[in-house]
Design a protein around this ligand. Sequence first.
Ligand SMILES: NC(=O)C1=CN([C@@H]2O[C@H](COP(=O)(O)OP(=O)(O)OC[C@H]3O[C@@H](n4cnc5c(N)ncnc54)[C@H](O)[C@@H]3O)[C@@H](O)[C@H]2O)C=CC1
Ligand SMILES: CC(=O)[C@H](N)C(=O)O
Length: 369
Amino acid sequence: MLFIRMLRRVGLSPACGCWTPILPVRFLGISPRQIPADANFHSASFSDTDHPRVLITGGLGQLGVGLANLLRKRFGKDSVILSDIRKPPDHVFHSGPFIYSDILDYKNLREIVVNNRITWLFHYSALLSAIGEANVSLARAVNITGLHNILDVAVEHNLRLFVPSTIGAFGPTSPRNPTPDLCIQRPRTIYGVSKVHAELMGEYYHYRYGLDFRCLRYPGIISADSQPGGGTTDYAVQIFHDATKHGKFECNLEARTRLPMMYIDDCLRATLEVMEAPAESLSMRTYNVSAMSFTPEELAQEVLKHVPEFQITYNVDAVRQAIADGWPMNFDDSNARKDWGWKHDFDLPELVTAMLNFHGSETRVAQAN
Ligand SMILES: NC(=O)C1=CN([C@@H]2O[C@H](COP(=O)(O)OP(=O)(O)OC[C@H]3O[C@@H](n4cnc5c(N)ncnc54)[C@H](O)[C@@H]3O)[C@@H](O)[C@H]2O)C=CC1
Ligand SMILES: CC(=O)[C@H](N)C(=O)O
C-alpha cells in the first residue's frame, strides 16, 4: 500500500509502470509587475494564426537580433518579441516588439508568456565561456537557475523550447577530432558545466513531462554586425574588424588552435530548421551542428588573400587557451544531416568574403563621411 502511494506521488501507475506527466508547477502567485501600457508592442495582434508567437530571451547579445530578424521575416514582425535586461539601441527598439525580461524573475517571465500567448521560446540568455570564468557565481545563477525558470515556464505553458548548447559542453577527456553527439562530456568551465546541465535537464523534461525541447550545440559563431559577448572563439570575429581597420590583428589564441566555427546565417537557419522539423524526424533532442573548422593561422592566410598587407601577431591569453585546448577540433554533425537535413552554406572562403565585404563597406562609408 505504501509502495503504491509512493508510485502515485511520483506519477507512476502501478498497473502499467509508465509515467504520467505530472507537471512541476510552481506556486501560482500573481506578479505585482505588469507590462507597462506604453511598452513597445507595435500594436501586436494576437489573433489565432498558424504562426508561433515567439519570445527570445537574452536577445541583445551577438545572436539574438539576427534571430529576431529571421523569425520576423517568416512569422511577421509582431509575432516575435525580443527581450533582455539591457537597453536596446534605437534601431533594435524600432524594428519590432522589445520587452525587459530578467530570466531570474520567474513571475515576470510567466507574465510575459501568458500576456503575449507565447508558444515558442528561444532561450539565448547566458554568460559565455571566458566571461563565465571571470564571474562564476553570476554564470551559475544565469546559466543554471535561469534555465530552471525557463524549463518550468515552458512546461507549464506547453511551449516549444529551444536552448542552444555549445562545443564548450565537451572537455579534454572527450574525443576531440571528431567529436560525436554522444560521448564523454566533462567540461572544465562553468559555462560548459551549465550547458551539459541544460542538455540533460531539457531531455529529462522532454521524457518526463513531454516538453518539446530542442537543442543545437553551436560551434563558435562569426557575425559581422554584432559583437561577441566574452567567449573563447571571439578572436575569429575581431580579426575582420582589425584587418579592415588597421591591417593587423593580435590574436589571443595560439596559431595552431583548431576549433569548429560557423557563419551566423548558417547558425540561425539551423536554429529555425530544427524548430520547424517534425517531431518524428528527431531521433535525439540535442544535436551537434557544424560548418567548418580552422586555426588562427589558416584564417589569417585566407584574410591575406583579400588584404595583402595584413599581419597577425600572437599574445596568448592563458585562460582562453586552456579552454580552447579542451574543446573539440572538429564536430561530427552527421545525425543532424541525416535526421532533419542540416546542410551548411558557408565554408571558410565564403565566410571570409562575406565578413570582409561587410567590414570593407563599413570602412569605406566611414572614410567617405
Ligand atoms: N556566440 C557564440 O559563438 C555561441 C553562442 N552560443 C549560445 O547562444 C546563446 C546566445 O549567445 P550570444 O548571443 O553570443 O550571447 P551574448 O553573451 O552575446 O548575449 C547574452 C545575452 O544574455 C543577456 N543576459 C544576461 N543575464 C541575463 C538575465 N539575467 N536575464 C536575461 N538576459 C540576460 C545579456 O544581457 C546578453 O545580451 C547563448 O546561450 C550561448 O551560450 C553557443 C555557442 C556559440
Ligand atoms: C563557442 C561558444 O560557446 C562561445 N563562442 C564561447 O567561445 O564561449
